[in-house]
Design a protein around this ligand. Structure first.
Ligand code: HEC
Ligand code: HEC
Ligand code: HEC
Ligand code: HEC
Ligand code: HEC
Ligand code: HEC
Ligand code: HEC
Ligand code: HEC
Length: 359
C-alpha cells in the first residue's frame, strides 16, 4: 500500500470513529437501552456504526430532522437478496392489500382512528417507505436468531388469522415450547422462509381459493364463497390466490420438500391433502351458511348492511380458521369452528322459517 493510502484510511477511520463516538455518547445518555441493544448486534460487532444507517447530517439536538430513518432502501444496499425477496412476496404487498379491500376503505373513512391503530399498524408499518426490515428483526439488535422464533410473527399472525395460536397448540409448537429453538423442530420461519428466503407465499393463500378448481363439486362451493368474500373486498388484494394449478402445485411441492427434511414425503403429502379436504369441507359449510343468509336477505328479513356483517362476523374468519388450524395441525381448533358453523347456520334457518310463517 502507498503511504498516502495509509494516511487516507487512517484519516477516514479517525473521522468515522469520531463522529460515531459523538452519536453514541449523546444517545447513551438519552436512550441507554437502545445503544446497548445495538452493541449486542452482529452488525456492531462487525464494525458498523450508527452513521451507516442514519447518515451524518444530524449531529446534535438542533438538526434532529436531518437524521435518515432507514428503510428497505438502506438495508437493501447491503442485503440485496433479502430486500428482493421481501418485495416479491406477500409482505411487500401488505399495504396495497389494505387499500383495495372494501373493508379497508370502509374502516378508513368511517373510523379513521381505529384504522390507524389497527389495520395500518399491521399492514402499513411493514411497508413504510417501500418496506421496513425491523418487523421481525427488531431494532437495534437486528438478530436473525430472534426472527426464527415464532414470537417474531405473533403480533400480526394471530386473532383473525390465528396461525400463531394454531401453531402453539400443535405438536410442533408444543415441542418448541419444551425445547426452544432446535434444528429438528420447525418454527414459522422453517416452513415459510426456508434458508432465509424472504419471499413469503403459500398455495392456498389467506382465502383458501384457487383460480382453477379441478373438482366440480368443490368448484361450486368455492364459487359461492368467492362471491360472498368479494363483497367484503380482501380477495381483490394483489396476488391473493394462485391463478393456475401449475402455480398452486409449485408452492405445494416446495412446502413438501421442507416437510421432507424431517418426515417421509409421502406422509407429509397425505397430511397436506387432508388439509385440502378441510378447505373443501369449510367451503361446503360456508356455502350452506351463505345460502341461508341470502334467503334471509331475499325475504327482506335482513338488510344488505346486516347481510354484509352476517358474512363478516359469522362466516369469514371462522371458515379460514378451519383450514388454518388444519394446515398447522391444531385438531381441536378444526372441531370448534365446525361446531360454530353448525350453530350459526341452524340459527339462520330458524330465522328464515319464522319469517315464512309470519308471511
Ligand atoms: C448532542 C447530542 C446528540 C448527538 C451528538 C447525536 N444526537 Fe441523535 N438525537 C439527539 C436528540 C436530542 C434527538 C431527539 C430525541 C427525542 O426526540 O427525544 C436525536 C434523535 C436522533 C434520531 C431520531 C430521529 C427522528 O426523526 O426521530 C436518530 C436516528 C439519531 N438521533 C441518530 C444519531 C446519529 C446517527 C448521530 C451521530 C451521527 C447522532 N444521532 C448524534 C441528540 C444527539
Ligand atoms: C442497521 C441500521 C441501523 C443502525 C446501524 C443504527 N440504527 Fe437507529 N434505527 C434503525 C431503524 C431501522 C430505526 C427505525 C426506523 C423507523 O422506525 O422508521 C432506527 C431508529 C432510531 C432512533 C429512533 C428510535 C425511536 O424509537 O424513536 C434513534 C434515536 C436511533 N435509531 C439512533 C441510533 C444510534 C444512536 C445508532 C448507533 C448506536 C443507531 N441508531 C444505529 C436502524 C439503524
Ligand atoms: C453498510 C452495510 C449494511 C447495512 C446498510 C445494513 N447491514 Fe445488516 N449486516 C451487514 C453485515 C456486514 C452483516 C454481517 C455481520 C456478521 O456476519 O458478522 C449484517 C448482518 C445482518 C443481519 C444478521 C444478524 C444475525 O443475527 O446474524 C441482519 C438481520 C441484518 N444485518 C439486518 C439489517 C437491517 C434490518 C438493516 C437496515 C435497517 C441492515 N441490516 C443494514 C451490513 C449491513
Ligand atoms: C393483527 C394484525 C392485523 C390487523 C389489525 C389487520 N390485518 Fe389484515 N392481515 C393481517 C395478516 C397477518 C394477513 C395475512 C394473513 C394470511 O395470509 O393468513 C392479513 C391479510 C389481509 C388482507 C389480504 C389478504 C390477501 O390475500 O392478500 C387484507 C385485504 C386485509 N388483511 C385487510 C385488513 C383490514 C381492512 C384491516 C382492518 C379492518 C386489517 N386487515 C387488520 C394482519 C392484520
Ligand atoms: C417476516 C419476517 C422478516 C422480515 C420482514 C425480514 N426478515 Fe430478515 N430474516 C427473517 C428470518 C426468519 C431470518 C432467518 C432465516 C434463517 O436463516 O433461518 C432472517 C435473516 C436475515 C438475515 C441474515 C441472513 C444470513 O444469511 O445470515 C439478513 C441479513 C436479513 N434477514 C435481512 C433482512 C432485510 C434487509 C429485511 C428487509 C428487506 C428483512 N430481513 C426483513 C425474517 C424476516
Ligand atoms: C408487521 C406484521 C407482520 C409480521 C411481524 C409478520 N407478518 Fe406475515 N403477513 C403480514 C401481512 C399484513 C400479510 C398479508 C400481506 C398481503 O396481503 O399482501 C402477511 C402475509 C404472510 C404470508 C403469506 C400468506 C399467503 O397469502 O400466502 C406468510 C406465509 C407470512 N406472512 C408469514 C410470516 C412469518 C413466517 C412471519 C414471522 C417470521 C411473519 N409473517 C411476520 C403481516 C406480518
Ligand atoms: C410445519 C410447517 C409449518 C409451520 C411450522 C408453520 N406453517 Fe404456516 N403453513 C404451513 C402450511 C403447509 C400451510 C398451507 C400451505 C398451502 O396453502 O398449501 C401454511 C399456511 C400459512 C399461511 C397462509 C394462510 C393459511 O393459514 O392457510 C400463513 C399466513 C402462515 N402459514 C403463517 C404461519 C405462521 C405465522 C407460523 C408460525 C406461528 C406458521 N405459519 C407455522 C406450514 C407451516
Ligand atoms: C424441522 C423438522 C420438521 C419439519 C420441517 C416438519 N416437521 Fe412435522 N414434526 C416434527 C417433529 C420432531 C414431530 C414430532 C415427532 C413425531 O411425531 O415424529 C413432528 C410431528 C408432526 C405431525 C404429528 C402431529 C401430531 O399431532 O402427532 C404431523 C402431522 C407433522 N409433523 C406434519 C408436518 C408437515 C405436514 C410438515 C411440512 C409442512 C412438517 N411436519 C414439517 C418435525 C418437523
Amino acid at each position: 500500500m502507498e503511504k498516502w493510502m495509509f494516511l487516507a484510511v487512517f484519516l477516514f477511520a479517525t473521522f468515522a470513529h469520531a463522529s460515531q463516538d459523538g452519536c453514541i455518547q449523546c444517545h447513551r445518555k438519552n436512550n441507554p437501552s437502545m445503544v446497548k441493544e445495538w452493541e449486542k448486534s452482529r452488525m456492531a460487532n462487525s464494525g458498523m456504526g450508527c452513521v451507516d444507517c442514519h447518515g451524518r447530517a444530524h449531529s446534535n439536538e438542533k438538526n434532529v430532522d436531518k437524521a435518515v430513518m432507514p428503510s428497505i432502501k438502506e438495508c437493501g444496499g447491503c442485503h440485496k437478496k433479502q430486500a428482493e425477496g421481501f418485495t416479491m412476496g406477500k409482505h411487500g404487498k401488505a399495504e396495497e392489500a389494505l387499500y383495495v379491500s372494501a373493508m379497508g376503505k370502509k374502516v378508513k373513512t368511517q373510523s379513521p382512528a381505529i384504522f390507524e391503530r389497527s389495520c395500518a399498524t399491521c399492514h402499513n408499518e411493514i411497508c413504510k417507505d417501500g418496506g421496513q426490515c425491523d418487523a421481525c428483526h427488531s431494532g437495534h439488535r437486528f438478530s436473525a436468531q430472534e426472527a426464527r422464533r415464532p414470537e417474531s410473527c405473533l403480533p400480526c399472525h394471530m386473532g383473525n388469522h390465528p396461525q400463531y395460536e394454531s401453531y402453539s397448540f400443535s405438536k410442533h409448537g408444543a415441542l418448541y415450547k419444551s425445547r426452544g429453538l432446535d434444528d429438528s423442530i420447525p418454527t414459522c420461519a422453517t416452513c415459510h422462509m426456508p434458508d432465509g428466503d424472504h419471499m413469503v407465499k403459500t398455495s392456498w393463500g389467506f382465502f383458501g381459493v384457487r383460480g382453477e378448481e379441478p373438482d366440480p363439486k368443490r368448484a361450486a362451493d368455492q364459487k359461492t364463497v368467492k362471491t360472498a368474500v368479494e363483497m367484503l373486498g380482501p380477495i381483490l388484494a394483489p396476488d391473493s390466490f394462485r391463478p393456475t394449478m401449475t402455480q398452486w402445485t409449485e408452492r405445494r411441492e416446495a412446502m413438501l420438500d421442507i416437510c421432507a427434511r424431517c418426515h417421509a414425503k409421502s406422509r407429509a403429502r397425505q397430511d397436506l391433502a387432508a388439509g385440502d379436504g378441510i378447505v373443501a369441507q369449510a367451503n361446503k359449510l360456508a356455502a350452506g351458511f351463505i345460502k341461508s343468509a341470502s334467503r334471509l336477505k331475499e325475504t327482506g328479513a335482513c338488510s344488505p348492511k346486516e347481510y354484509f356483517w352476517l358474512i363478516r362476523d359469522k362466516m369469514h374468519a371462522q371458515r379460514m380458521s378451519m383450514y388454518i388450524n388444519a394446515f398447522h395441525q391444531y385438531p381441536e381448533g378444526i372441531l370448534l369452528e365446525m361446531i360454530h358453523f353448525k350453530g350459526a347456520t341452524m340459527e339462520l334457518q330458524k330465522n328464515t322459517s319464522e319469517q315464512s310463517i309470519k308471511r
